[in-house]
Design a protein around this ligand. Structure first.
Ligand code: ASP
Length: 425
């Protein structure tokens, strides 16, 4: 038994989750809905990830804050947001363009027997206001990621100031606190390593039950929608992201190779938030500065949804075709704006994109019954959209990381030039 465990532990993580995925796929295809009995294995995995995500964000962010200068934090925040918005908008355009080429709704008609309620659309301002928790414990208990990010920063900053205070007592207290936080962070990372050992089994459970429960009939009817979604996200990953990475001098294949475990996990779990612990791990491998990864990835997992945004683009064209509506450039531009805001408001959990899509449809005056039409195959498309989301978070983090490194290089070059000049004088 020990030997088997030793052997298992030393196999590559990617190999293990790929094996779990393929095995789950085979079981799901052979046993169909009865593969549901494996669902608890996946549920355990998701619970473990959810259990670790809040302490991980809080502690690693506190450590990150304490290893940076306050002005650096603000600069990183200001850099990452435009990158998120840019990719989100591009993804909607891409979704629209591809769907215009593939005509995903050919042969489908508006369903008359379904109805869903329109959710309230979260405004940008309310997202900001809700970030500030009225109850610290509840924010953590509810797993409200943006609030936890906010808390970690406002608790981390006073500790940082204490550690750099002139008063020795303050300094001591700050250092003791930080030692405690660093030690606790280490414990959380060790637990995460344990969870990663279980991941392949969890992946098997999720894949078998998801694939097994998808009706083949709905899949055939909506096959073009599924295909368009997959093509869209693949283009995002193989063309759009690499172009941006290239611009910042990142070796693309090496980068993708380093983040592949997070990409694969996002595909299987359909949850950006669930994948977050693994994304943070992957970012380290990809050479992204820990402070940048710890600060940006939790925010990215909640607000940066490029794959989901692409879904809105495909979905709108899908609906417009069913309704026989022609969308011109002004309509498409307004959909890009609505879609970007809806993507920011979409939570990084399985199925959240359907709610976002209802918001976009309502704003665009399209019948939300069409959203329900795609709900049957949502599990299948959610996987690829989440993959687009998580890859986008890591790409954005890498871009900011590169830009920070360039800045550092420039600053030290200027310093050297100044020093040389003063010497020669
Ligand atoms: N499942 C996606 C995510 O967690 C959100 C969505 O449903 O589009 O990133």
């Amino acid at each position: 038994m020990r030997k088997i465990w030793y052997w298992y532990k030393h196999q590559s993580f990617m190999l293990k989750i790929t094996a779990g995925f393929i095995l789950g796929l085979i079981i799901g295809l052979i046993f169909g809905p009865s593969s549901q009995f494996l669902a608890p294995l996946g549920q355990i995995f998701m619970n473990l990830l959810k259990m670790i995500v809040i302490p991980l964000i809080f502690l690693s962010l506190m450590v990150a804050v304490n290893h940076s200068a306050p002005q650096e934090l603000g600069r990183i925040g200001m850099k990452i947001l435009p990158v998120y918005l840019f990719f989100t908008a591009i993804a909607i355009f891409l979704g629209v363009a591809i769907a215009k080429m593939t005509n995903p709704s050919v042969g489908l008609t508006l369903p008359s027997d379904v109805s869903i309620t329109v959710p309230e659309s979260p405004s940008f301002i309310s997202t900001i206001i809700n970030m500030i928790p009225t109850n610290i414990v509840q924010a953590m208990a509810d797993g409200n990621v943006l609030s936890v990010v906010f808390l970690a920063i406002i608790v981390g900053l006073p500790v940082l100031y204490m550690r750099h205070s002139q008063d020795q007592k303050q300094q001591e207290m700050g250092n003791t606190l930080m030692k405690f936080v660093e030690a606790a962070n280490e414990v959380v990372l060790k637990i995460l390593n344990g969870i990663l050992q279980y991941a392949p089994i969890g992946v098997l459970g999720i894949t078998a039950s998801t694939i097994g429960s998808q009706g083949i009939d709905t899949l055939i009817a909506l096959g073009k929608f599924v295909l368009t979604s997959y093509i869209g996200v693949i283009l995002l990953i193989v063309i759009v992201y690499p172009l941006a990475l290239r611009l910042y001098g990142v070796p693309i294949l090496k980068f993708y190779n380093n983040i592949k475990e997070a990409v694969m996990t996002s595909f299987v779990t359909s949850s950006s938030l669930g994948t977050l612990p693994i994304s943070i791990n992957a970012a380290k491998k990809a050479g992204i500065d820990e402070r940048i990864a710890n600060l940006t990835l939790p925010i990215g997992a909640t607000i940066n949804m490029n794959g989901t945004a692409l879904r809105f683009g495909v979905g709108v064209i899908f609906a417009a075709e069913i309704m026989g509506i022609h969308l011109g450039i002004p309509e498409i531009l307004s959909i890009v704006i609505i879609g970007t805001l809806a993507a920011v408001g979409t939570a990084g959990v399985p199925g959240a994109g359907l709610i976002g899509m209802s918001i976009v449809f309502t704003q665009a005056g399209l019948p939300i019954e069409i959203v329900a039409l795609t709900a049957g195959i949502n599990a299948l498309v959610d996987m690829i959209f989440t993959m687009g989301n998580v890859t986008g978070d890591l790409v954005a983090a890498k871009i900011v990381d590169q830009s920070e490194k360039r800045l550092l290089l420039k600053q030290s070059a200027t310093k050297v030039t100044k020093e040389l000049a003063s010497h020669s004088n």
